[in-house]
Design a protein around this ligand. Structure first.
Ligand SMILES: [Zn+2]
Length: 196
């Protein structure tokens, strides 16, 4: 009998994946990601990036239901950190549609993931506009602060209209934002506003 996943009751597996920006916590169901983020304990003061760190699973729950999603996410993250030039050829890891479904935040996350690729930036205001709510720059800021899919929904590519970086993780991890932007080739004291 074909199994059907009840959208409201996903069977979620968790794992921890090493990366150049530290360990990433991943939660995933068969439909896709529920969560991907650095630990809450990672803040600017203790951020110690290591560009040579491999991306691999270092700890995983026994559950096997979302193995394929986890494997794809690890492969995608490896490409992001170590072969970024190949990233545009890869589809984004699936995000479970139940996360943020029917909300403004969810819409903004999807638009950002879809339209703003590596090495590109967008302003809060522009992202509000492409999300169909011009003038909602502040709400976009909130959507970024609550983004559950770090890197995959690239909130680090959302910067201020004047070209300054803006906050990351409500200002607690601005160093991480800068590292990610530099990793993508966006450098300088003032980030130039590149549209793609
Ligand atoms: Zn799910």
């Amino acid at each position: 009998m074909a199994k059907r996943m009840n959208k409201t009751r996903c069977l979620v597996n968790s794992c921890i994946v090493s990366s150049p920006i530290g360990n990433l916590y991943v939660r995933v169901c068969k439909q896709g990601l529920h969560f991907l983020s650095q630990s809450d304990e990672t803040v600017g003061d203790n951020f110690q990036p290591d560009k040579s760190q491999e991306v691999r699973i270092i700890c995983s729950e026994d559950g096997k239901s979302a193995q394929e999603q986890i494997a794809y996410t690890v492969m995608w993250l490896h490409t992001y950190f170590h072969e970024i030039q190949a990233l545009p050829n890869l589809a984004l890891p699936s995000m479970c549609p139940t996360v943020g479904e029917g909300t403004f935040r969810g819409k903004v996350w999807n638009k950002l993931a879809e339209y703003v690729g590596p090495g590109c930036t967008v302003s809060y205001g522009e992202l509000a506009k492409v999300s169909g709510h011009p003038g909602a720059a502040q709400a976009v800021g909130t959507a970024m602060a609550t983004n559950p899919f770090q890197i995959i929904v690239p909130c680090h590519r959302v910067i201020r209209t004047d070209g300054t970086m803006g906050q990351y993780a409500r200002g607690t991890r601005n160093e991480v934002k800068l590292w990610l932007l530099e990793h993508e080739g966006i450098t300088g004291h003032k980030i130039s506003h590149i549209k793609c």
